[in-house]
Design a protein around this ligand. Structure first.
Ligand SMILES: N[C@@H](CCC(=O)N[C@@H](CS)C(=O)NCC(=O)O)C(=O)O
Length: 202
């Protein structure tokens, strides 16, 4: 094995997609392994933490947990600050996105129509604005989190906003984050970056 292998579901979303984007932006040639449900169930027991994404490196080490993978990619290919304190600030924001997923994920998985609608209304009125307000409080750079340079944290924030901005989540308006100007600017700047466009044009 000569190339790193990124393993995730065959979907352009969430933790797997942000790691793919990080490798792509870093200019790393990688194997983009995409599993279906059956493939995943067979593989799950042999992954480090029973979850994807994983990043297998030449030499056989398998990394797991999206934030660890992103920070590894960022450190190795200059998409994460070298300064320890600034790096910790970026890592806190990576955790903040995982907090959003921990809160919103279970709501999105609710099935019954009435219950789903009520839970998503709560998401729109409370959870998402509270999360975005905290995000903006810490978003001191422009257009990216750390200023003028795109880092892995920006890719993670981009995927978090894209989850809803795509307009694909019933009962959550696509513009739910639009009034959060700094976050929205970061989202649009990542979206319009030539490297990101090239990834989606493949
Ligand atoms: N903290 C982990 C969470 C990983 C996680 O929950 N991954 C989901 C997909 S996004 C998964 O593996 N789901 C399938 C399963 O748990 O069997 C990370 O950041 O990577």
């Amino acid at each position: 094995m000569t190339k790193p292998k990124l393993t995730y579901f065959d979907m352009p979303v969430s933790r797997g997609e942000e790691c793919r984007l990080a490798l792509h932006v870093a200019g790393v040639e990688f194997e983009d392994e995409r599993l279906d449900r059956a493939g995943w169930m067979a593989r799950k027991p042999n992954t480090p933490y029973g979850s994807v994404p994983t990043l297998e490196l030449p030499g056989g080490v398998v990394l797991a947990h999206s934030n660890a993978i992103l920070v590894y990619i960022g450190r190795r290919w200059d998409l994460h600050p070298k300064d320890d304190l600034e790096a910790a600030r970026h890592e806190a924001m990576l955790c903040h996105v995982e907090d959003l997923r921990a809160q919103a994920g279970p709501v999105i998985r609710i099935q019954g129509d009435a219950e789903k609608k009520a839970a998503r209304a709560q998401l729109v009125e409370t959870t998402l604005p509270a999360w975005a307000t905290q995000t903006e409080k810490n978003l001191t750079g422009s257009p990216f989190f750390g200023g003028e340079k795109l880092n892995v944290v920006d890719l993670k924030l981009y995927m978090a906003v894209k989850w809803f901005a795509g307009g694909n989540v019933d009962h959550v308006p696509a513009n739910v984050f639009a009034r959060f100007e700094k976050l929205n600017k970061l989202y649009e700047t990542v979206r319009d970056d030539a490297r990101i466009k090239a990834w989606y044009a493949r």
